[in-house]
Ligand binder design. Structure first.
Ligand code: ADE
Length: 264
């Protein structure tokens, strides 16, 4: 897969790219990223990328021309690339959008800055994405979010190939709680079931806690989540006031007072 990232701050992109999953994919040759300095696509001596807004108002607006020149230059190397403009006005980036973008061969990520981007740029991109309902100073951090999310969905990008299928949101659910050593930390223990060695029970506990977490924190996700009949039964039970303890085998407690943490 290739990413072309268009920005006026290449340094904001280059270092994070060289690190972690993105860096590893680049080293392995499964990902190729080109960071394009928007100022390289200006034609004036001062390399100006912004101008005052028509109609007045505070701040500056990014000019359309350098952006289109950058898109044209990129098209020469990646003719079918999907073009994404990062902006707080875009559709919200979700796991589903990430899966769709991960199927592309080439992606162009255009980072906006200042008060906005000349509206006419929108005629030359395929979509506009926001990473959430808040305003960043520019699209660079958003482009990194999209790049990392899409990269980790590529086959083999993570050490354990099965890992993305267990991530939060893969089935529209939040992930179950995780623990590692020590067994007791500051008086808080680990749920018994995770130390039971009973793999079927552990798997069921993980699914139950995943559904419970989602019920407690992001209830709206359950309306569209991909649930098995048993999981749907749990949701129906939670709606009637039941808790995970009601579903654990032989009434096995998920925590012991003073040892295990209350399940949240
Ligand atoms: N640029 C500024 N804010 C943004 C956001 N929330 N998402 C994407 N790009 C942005």
């Amino acid at each position: 897969m290739t990413f072309d990232i268009v920005t006026i701050f290449p340094a904001m992109i280059e270092r994070p790219l060289a690190t972690g999953i993105l860096g590893r994919a680049i080293d392995r040759g499964t990902l190729d990223v080109k960071v394009r300095d928007l100022r390289d696509f200006t034609t004036d001596r001062h390399r100006v990328v912004d101008d005052v807004p028509y109609g007045g108002g505070p701040g500056m607006v990014m000019k359309a021309e350098p952006i289109l020149d950058a898109l044209d230059a990129i098209r020469a190397g990646a003719p079918g690339a999907r073009r994404v403009l990062l902006s707080p006005r875009g559709a919200v980036f979700t796991h589903a959008r990430a899966v769709a973008l991960a199927a592309e061969q080439d992606l162009v990520l255009v980072c906006g800055r200042y008060e906005g981007v000349d509206e006419r740029v929108r005629h030359f991109v395929d979509e506009e994405l926001s990473i959430g309902d808040y305003v960043l100073s520019g699209g660079e951090a958003a482009a990194l979010v999209v790049a990392e999310t899409v990269t980790r969905l590529q086959p083999g990008a993570l050490g354990d190939a099965g890992a993305p299928t267990r991530d939060s949101f893969f089935r529209g659910l939040l992930e179950h709680p995780q623990y590692t050593r020590p067994e007791v930390f500051q008086g808080w223990g680990v749920p018994d079931v995770l130390r039971s060695g009973d793999h079927a029970l552990i798997e069921r506990w993980k699914r139950l806690m995943s559904v419970w977490r989602t019920w407690q924190r992001r209830r709206e996700l359950l309306e569209t989540a991909d649930l098995s009949p048993e999981e749907q039964k749990w949701v129906d039970g939670f709606r009637q006031g039941r808790t995970p303890d009601d579903y654990l085998a032989q009434g096995r407690a998920t925590h012991e007072p003073g040892v295990g943490p209350p399940i949240q």
